[in-house]
Each structure stands twice: as structure tokens, then as C-alpha cells.
Design a protein around this ligand. Structure first.
Ligand code: SF4
Length: 376
């Protein structure tokens, strides 16, 4: 099918490659980031999205659980982590965590998304018991838990290899890993925004090991701070390379930096990312990550309005109902902390797409009249 001509003629060869199903190069990625022809980039990304998924647009009914915000890392990009005695620091006792999970639970919830800080005192057994206890109480709920940063930290405090940490957590009920903590892989950027955090090598190693153990995972990229176009493309290429080897990633989630209440945000007059930048990142990730099944428009971060438009710029997933998001709200996000199933379905339908409720592994969830009646 002939495509419309781009305003930016540099995009013409890229459009030819997309039409032929060819992989884009690092240089192509940088060209896309340097172009302001957003509508054409979005058009290309939408073609790829339609080729993969048609109009199907995924969401799930999930609940977030953040067991602790106490963290030894002090990343400058973070508004969530606190030192042990800082105001607002908290750590849930196991029973409190189970109770919290139960508060947001209905028969409709298919996933608990569990991430937290790197606590200086909690033993690894706490996390094992947390998963085991949740699995006992909510056996049908998938446990997507602990970023690569947390897994590497457990390996550090126990002196166990990453593989063994993952095996023990899997045995306790771990179903998959979320994609957080990747930030931007470029070491020079990491030194400024999160110098105490694991580097790209360890982040990728955790995900590679998880994939080898049969666990799926997601991947993220934090943009909109000090990174360059080259840094973003390098990040995407490193993810694409690992995915070529393991095929274990399910979704990629571009995350906009929210500067409020972060050490990075107070240093210089940061501005939040714009809708233009958010849509460009969604579209370019769809075009570069040709081996990732799904690109997620995380509405918590980009607002439900921009996320809805992103469904026409390469995204095929709106994430979930969420229920009590904390990490982005500590960083000043003004979006609601939850959406109902009905609100998500409306966003998808009004974008001309077909809503598909999924579980964490992207299997369609079939609802009966009874379970529909209790959905959040
Ligand atoms: S980003 Fe994660 S590791 Fe870094 S300070 Fe925040 S909670 Fe801790």
C-alpha cells in the first residue's frame, strides 16, 4: 500500500524499511528522534501496531502493592524512596501487606504488581514469605513482583547467585518480573540520575536469567531528563538484542520522568515532558522494538488523555486499573490513583479500538455475568 509522503524527507527510507518489514538501525532511531514529523512517525508506528494486533487493545485488572518505601539507594530521579527514619517512611508487616492486597481484591483482579525500596534490614525471607502468603490467600492472582534492581539487591544481601534468588522466589509464587529500574542504560547518565543503582549489565543479566527460568518480564525506559536521543536509541537497541536471544519480554513501557519531589528535579528548573515527546517515545519504541509483542501506554504516567491518543501512535496496551499507584504520585503525578474497568474500556472504544481484557501473560480473560458484577 502506498504511504503518504512525510514532511521530513529523512523519514522516506525509514518508511520503506517499515513497509518491507526490515529492522531499523541505530542511525534510523536517532533520525526518528531528531525529526518533528510526529504525525508521520505515528502513522508508521500505527501500521506496525495494526500489523501485529489489528485494533485489539489490551488492559488488565490489577492492584499495586508497595511493601516498603525505605531504600538505601537514594536515586536522584526518585520521589518514592526514603531513608529509614525519614518522614513518611513505611514498611508493611506481612499481615498488613496481605490485608492491603485483600482490600483491593475482588474476583476480577488478575494481577498484583509488587515493587518497593531496597530496605536495609528486611531479610530476603520477608519477600519469599510475602509471595508465598499472597499465593496462599489469592491463588488465582498472578504475582508480578520485584524489579531487577530489587532482585540484584536480594542477591547482594544473601550472597546467593541471581539465579538462585529467582528460583526461590519462583518457588514461592513469583509469576513474572516488572520492567522497572532500567532507566537509561548509558553509564554517564546513570551516574547522574541513579548512581547507586545496578548498571545495564546487571539489569539485563537479571532479565536474561529470569527468561532462562521460564519467567516472562517487561522492560522500561525513563526519558525526559538528561538523556540524549543517542542514549534512548542505545537503550532500545540493548533491549532488542536481549529479546533476540531470549524472547522473554512481553511489553515495553516508555516512562516519562516526573521531576516533582526528586533530588534531580530540585537541582535545575525541570519541566515535565510534553504530549509531543510522550507520543514520540511511544511511536519510536514501537518502530525500533520489532521483536517486542506489546508497547504499553502507561496512563498513570502520561495521563489517560495522552495514553488514549497513543493507541493510534503504536501502543496496544493501556496497562490496568492499577488501584493505589504510589511511585509516580510521590513524584507529583496528578492522574487518579486508579481507573475502573468501565473507564478503560471507554477510552479504548472511543479511540476506535477493541478492548481485550488480558491477564499478565496476555491471555484473554473471559468474564461471566457474575464476575463482571464484582469488577473494580
Ligand atoms: S528508584 Fe528504586 S532503588 Fe532508587 S531510591 Fe527509588 S526506590 Fe530506591
Amino acid at each position: 500500500m502506498p504511504h503518504p509522503r512525510p514532511e521530513d524527507s529523512r523519514l522516506e527510507p525509514i518508511a520503506e524499511k517499515i513497509a518491507a518489514g526490515e529492522r531499523l538501525t541505530f542511525e534510523d532511531g536517532v533520525t526518528l528522534y531528531r525529526s518533528n514529523d510526529l504525525l508521520f512517525i505515528g502513522y508508521l508506528a500505527h501500521r506496525v501496531r495494526e500489523r501485529l494486533h489489528g485494533r485489539q487493545t489490551y488492559f488488565n485488572v490489577n492492584r499495586h502493592i508497595n511493601p516498603t518505601n525505605v531504600c538505601v539507594a537514594s536515586c536522584k530521579l526518585c520521589a518514592f524512596g526514603r531513608s529509614r527514619n525519614a518522614p513518611g517512611a513505611y514498611t508493611l508487616a506481612l499481615e498488613e501487606a496481605f490485608q492491603k492486597a485483600g482490600e483491593g481484591w475482588t474476583e476480577a483482579v488478575t494481577e498484583f504488581h509488587i515493587v518497593g525500596g531496597l530496605h536495609p534490614d528486611l531479610p530476603f525471607q520477608y519477600y519469599v514469605d510475602l509471595l508465598r502468603g499472597l499465593k496462599e490467600r489469592f491463588p488465582a492472582v498472578h504475582l508480578k513482583a520485584f524489579t531487577a534492581v530489587e532482585i540484584a539487591y536480594y542477591s547482594h544481601i544473601t550472597r546467593l547467585p541471581i539465579r538462585e534468588v529467582l528460583e526461590r522466589l519462583k518457588e514461592a509464587g513469583l509469576g513474572s518480573l516488572p520492567g522497572g529500574g532500567a532507566e537509561i542504560f548509558a553509564p554517564a547518565v546513570r551516574r547522574v540520575i541513579c548512581d547507586h543503582k545496578i548498571g545495564a549489565y546487571t539489569w539485563l543479566k537479571v532479565h536474561r536469567t529470569a527468561h532462562e527460568l521460564g519467567l516472562h518480564s517487561n522492560a522500561t525506559m525513563l526519558y525526559g531528563h538528561i538523556e540524549s536521543a543517542e542514549d534512548r536509541v542505545d537503550h532500545l537497541c540493548q533491549l532488542r538484542q536481549l529479546q533476540d536471544q531470549t524472547r522473554g519480554f512481553l511489553a515495553f513501557i516508555p516512562l516519562a520522568f516526573h521531576p516533582a519531589n526528586t533530588a534531580l528535579g530540585t537541582k535545575v528548573p525541570w519541566r515535565e515532558t510534553t504530549g509531543f515527546t510522550d507520543l514520540k517515545n511511544v511511536a519510536i519504541s514501537r518502530l525500533m522494538l520489532d521483536n517486542f509483542p506489546h508497547i504499553k501506554a502507561y496512563w498513570i504516567m502520561m495521563t489517560s488523555r495522552v495514553a488514549q491518543v497513543a493507541l493510534r501512535f503504536g501502543a496496544d496496551d493501556l496497562d490496568g486499573t492499577v488501584v493505589e499507584e504510589k511511585i509516580y504520585h510521590d513524584a507529583g503525578a496528578t492522574t487518579p490513583q486508579a481507573m475502573t474497568r468501565q473507564q478503560i474500556v471507554r477510552l479504548i472504544r472511543e479511540a476506535g479500538c477493541e478492548p481485550v481484557e488480558r491477564d499478565t501473560l496476555y491471555r484473554p480473560v473471559i468474564r461471566t455475568a457474575t464476575t463482571l458484577a464484582v469488577q473494580v
